[in-house]
Ligand binder design. Structure first.
Ligand SMILES: *[C@@H]1O[C@H](CO)[C@@H](O)[C@H](O)[C@H]1NC(C)=O
Ligand SMILES: *[C@@H]1O[C@H](CO)[C@@H](O)[C@H](O)[C@H]1NC(C)=O
Ligand SMILES: *[C@@H]1O[C@H](CO)[C@@H](O)[C@H](O)[C@H]1NC(C)=O
Ligand SMILES: *[C@@H]1O[C@H](CO)[C@@H](O)[C@H](O)[C@H]1NC(C)=O
Length: 492
């Protein structure tokens, strides 16, 4: 194992000496996830915890040898039920560099228990003697290192084990029972075997663990449904970029219709994100969403005709009968006396969305068609156009990025009318009612569901805060692990 450790140490030096920043890359995503030093540390501790849990209680293969013991004779010694009972990790570190991620555990200690038995035959004692008992082994200095790389494989992440090594530097044996010569035999003839059995067992677990993590990454979905209309594309774009202090992942981030595969055309990512986190403490991850994510969503909902509503109930229901308008719009009442009415509200172009320094600016163009319902017929009688300017405050709800829309201002004009000219203040007041009691509350109920942020199952955002860095919205957050169901559920 020693040569591997040397190689590892060399590659760590190499890794940590590369200090260049993020490389240039080709395809770009509209969601980017940066895992900081602090995030990597969290991931490292998580991985070590999982690894220790998987190693503890593992049984090593039986070791047997026949040794010539001076004055005793030929002894056949068997060590069985060799079990790693406990591992304590004293110090560990994780380093990233352009070529990979290196994790080192040094000075770990471990406890093993085992059963021994022997039988001796010699010309002195022709009948033979045998004995059995137990022993404990303490591994005092265990070093483990591994380096991995992450690559994009058709939109998912592939975790590649570049190198790994495990080295037991020192172990001591405590015999319960047995003869003095046996102790010497264990130390002289068996210590090396025990050490390599431990090394092999741990190396094997590392390979299995990496395969499990790889499986976990590969089984991440490439799209996440948002609702019955839209799907968020969470395919990874390009290779992860490793720098000496962070890992940056890019995700497509575009929202498409349920059965649509094509990526909407004509978007350009624009500027790089530059977020200053102020004097706040650094967080584990930073998830940035480009305004094009929201724009693509706006387009999808618009094209899916889901921005159209027929309103036949108002807080003041009398407003939806021509009788109420007898004096204000005499023509309406004259043509359609005592008829019920409804409002056909439709958004006339995809709402425009722009991230600003303090919120998300939303511009919505709406047509409100006033329909009269007469003898089962729907008769449009007038159309009011409304230009709405609203601001949306982003907030993190669970692992979703949600929003809260506030009406800033609106302007109205009469697009057409079959019932003569309508008074401006009338139009204003109808519009205001519709916006405040129907449209904005409805949009908010939708927005509160939010867009799922790309977080692994089983983890949740903690102490998330939002920064606006036009054209990006950035979520800075820590992450916590909700339980231990996930890794244990996976197939071996
Ligand atoms: C743990 O590590 C520290 C620093 O590396 C060292 O000083 C200390 O002796 C170690 N403790 C054990 C129990 O190995
Ligand atoms: C090993 O066993 C000893 C004594 O039973 C105990 O004090 C220690 O915590 C155990 N674990 C390790 C990793 O040494
Ligand atoms: C998701 O985005 C990737 C990268 O842009 C693209 O190759 C893939 O076709 C998209 N998937 C869907 C379902 O639109
Ligand atoms: C509502 O108005 C739109 C035009 O703005 C029209 O296409 C649609 O058919 C109308 N819906 C109903 C139910 O009248």
């Amino acid at each position: 194992m020693a040569p591997t450790i040397c190689f590892l140490l060399l590659s760590f030096v190499f890794l940590s000496s590369s200090t260049s920043g993020f490389l240039q890359h080709h395809e770009e995503g509209f969601i980017s996830v940066v895992i900081s030093d602090k995030g990597l540390d969290f991931a490292k501790d998580f991985v070590i915890e999982q690894a220790v849990a998987s190693i503890v209680q593992s049984q090593l293969p039986q070791i047997e040898k026949t040794v010539q013991v001076p004055l005793v004779g030929k002894a056949k010694v068997v060590l069985s039920d060799i079990i790693i009972n406990d591992i304590q990790v004293n110090s560990s570190s994780v380093n990233t560099g352009e070529t990979g991620i290196a994790l080192v555990v040094s000075g770990a200690t471990a406890n093993l228990s085992l059963k021994w038995r022997y039988s001796v035959s010699s010309w002195l004692i022709p009948i033979g003697i045998s004995d059995s008992g137990t022993a404990t082994v303490k591994v005092n200095d265990l070093q483990v290192g591994l380096s991995v790389n992450l690559r994009n494989q058709e939109g998912t992440l592939k975790l590649i084990l570049l190198d790994s090594g495990c080295h037991v530097k020192d172990l001591s044996i405590k015999l319960h029972g047995g003869a003095a010569w046996l102790y010497q035999v264990l130390v002289d003839a068996f210590a090396g075997n025990i050490a390599s059995a431990v090394e092999e067992a741990i190396s094997k677990k590392i390979k299995e663990g990496i395969a499990t993590l790889d499986f976990l990454l590969q089984s991440l979905p490439k799209t996440i449904p948002i609702d019955e209309t839209a799907t968020l594309n969470v395919s990874f774009v390009d290779n992860p970029v490793l720098s000496d202090s962070a890992i940056k992942l890019e995700i497509s981030g575009l929202i498409t219709g349920k059965n649509e595969v094509l990526v909407p055309q004509g978007y350009h990512k624009g500027s790089e994100i530059s977020v200053s986190s102020g004097d706040r403490l650094p967080t584990m991850i930073t998830i940035s969403l480009h305004e094009n994510v929201f724009k693509s969503g706006s387009l999808v909902y618009f094209t899916a005709d889901s921005m159209q509503w027929i309103v036949d109930e108002l807080p003041d229901q009398a407003l939806l009968n021509t009788a109420e308008w007898r004096f204000l719009i005499p023509q309406l009442y004259k043509q359609y006396p005592n008829d019920d009415m409804n409002l056909n509200i439709s958004v006339s172009s995809p709402p425009d969305i722009q991230v600003t320094n303090k919120d998300v600016g939303v511009t919505i163009f709406v047509d409100i068609i006033i329909d009269v319902l007469e003898d089962g017929e729907v008769i449009p009688v007038a159309c009011i156009s409304v230009d709405i300017s609203a601001s949306c405050a982003a907030e993190v709800v669970g692992n979703n990025l949600a929003g809260w829309l506030k009406l800033r201002k609106f302007s109205t004009y009469l697009k057409w009318s079959k019932i003569g000219k309508l008074r401006m203040n009338l139009i204003q007041s109808v519009t205001s009612t519709v916006l405040k009691t129907i449209l904005i509350p409805y949009l908010n109920s939708q927005l509160m569901r939010g867009i799922p942020l790309p977080i692994l199952n089983g983890f949740s955002l903690e102490n998330a805060r939002i920064l606006y860095a036009p054209p990006w919205i950035t979520v800075c957050s820590d992450v916590s692990f909700l339980g231990d169901y996930h890794l244990k559920q996976l197939p071996a």
